[in-house]
Design a protein around this ligand. Structure first.
Ligand code: FE2
Ligand code: FE2
Length: 304
């Protein structure tokens, strides 16, 4: 069964709208920013269509110059260019596969969105970008290791899960919890602090913003519940694996991976509740492999 079909669709609109002053401040802070442009949302929808072919998908990518360049660069890279170089997007897409293409599209679009939102704060942009890439890459390797069939959505969801932090950091730069613009690390009591000082946590703010922009439900579920995965009634495996990936990514970035404890991890607890066979034991026995794989993937992504 696919992750999407695991349970009923929630009505995010009816849940936890941020207070009016938070909405106004976000609108003032980020203005007309689009989380993902139209073309990226279209590409996401298309990869779910079992009848779509490479040519049709290539046609969507070609509508955006930056995406076309990125897809062709990747298709012509040493990783995929076994058949010689190509200038055809459709051929590029067929070399990379839909899953890889979708990841390129989302990461390219999010990179430029994040950059435009914190144009004057290069350090902040880099810190959040690193966290997104590390979480996405960890989620992908975790899904592979635990044999979860999430269709590549774990990478996309890892990229976007903390978008709400960027929103709040932009809208409330002086608020406690957002003063450290260098590491931009999540504090242990981050959500409580946000609720106390801003009136809304980054999960609720991000989900509200994403819903307003037509993001698919599975991404909204991850944005909303990545700190409380057991509360999600939708796409529970996906939410749980991104929650776990986010926890491990925080430790990788803080260089404290030796402190990881599976019995303290909310993501692991949620995964076990989803019935993932021996998730804890399998992670424990391959933890070093996971860290090494993430490091290699990050290097590859930064090289391209
Ligand atoms: Fe978060
Ligand atoms: Fe995170």
């Amino acid at each position: 069964m696919s992750a999407r079909a695991q349970s009923a669709t929630p009505n995010f609109a009816a849940q936890h709208q941020p207070p009016q002053h938070v909405i106004e401040q976000i609108q003032k802070g980020v203005g007309h920013v689009r989380m993902l442009p139209e073309v990226a949302i279209k590409a996401l929808q298309t990869t779910r269509d079992p009848n779509v072919n490479f040519k049709q998908f290539g046609g969507i990518v070609e509508k955006d110059v930056a995406l076309t360049t990125r897809v062709l660069a990747m298709a012509n890279s040493s990783l995929f260019a076994a058949g010689g170089s190509t200038a055809s997007v459709a051929q590029g897409v067929s070399r990379l596969g839909f899953r890889q293409c979708k990841n390129i599209i989302i990461s390219t679009c999010l990179a430029s969105t994040m950059k435009s939102m914190v144009a004057r704060e290069q350090v902040l942009h880099e810190a959040l970008w690193n966290h997104s890439l590390t979480t996405a890459s960890t989620a992908k390797h975790l899904a592979d290791k635990l044999d979860l069939d999430l269709g590549g959505e774990e990478f996309t969801a890892g990229m976007i899960h903390d978008f709400g932090r960027l929103l709040l950091a932009t809208a409330f730069p002086k608020s406690e919890g957002y003063r450290d613009r260098i590491s931009f690390a999540e504090l242990p009591n981050q959500r409580e602090l946000e609720i106390e000082t801003i009136g809304c946590c980054h999960c609720a703010a991000g989900a509200w913003f994403g819903m307003d922009q037509g993001l698919p439900q599975e991404l909204l579920a991850v944005i909303k519940y990545h700190h409380t995965p057991e509360d999600s009634v939708y796409c529970r495996e996906l939410v749980a694996v991104v929650a776990l990936a986010g926890e491990i990514a925080d430790l990788i970035q803080a260089e404290k991976t030796e402190t990881f404890r599976k019995d303290k991890s909310v993501g692991m607890k949620a995964l076990q509740k989803c019935g993932v066979n021996q998730a804890g034991e399998r992670l424990e026995s391959s933890f070093q492999w996971l860290l090494d794989s993430v490091e290699v993937s990050l290097q590859e992504m930064l090289d391209h």
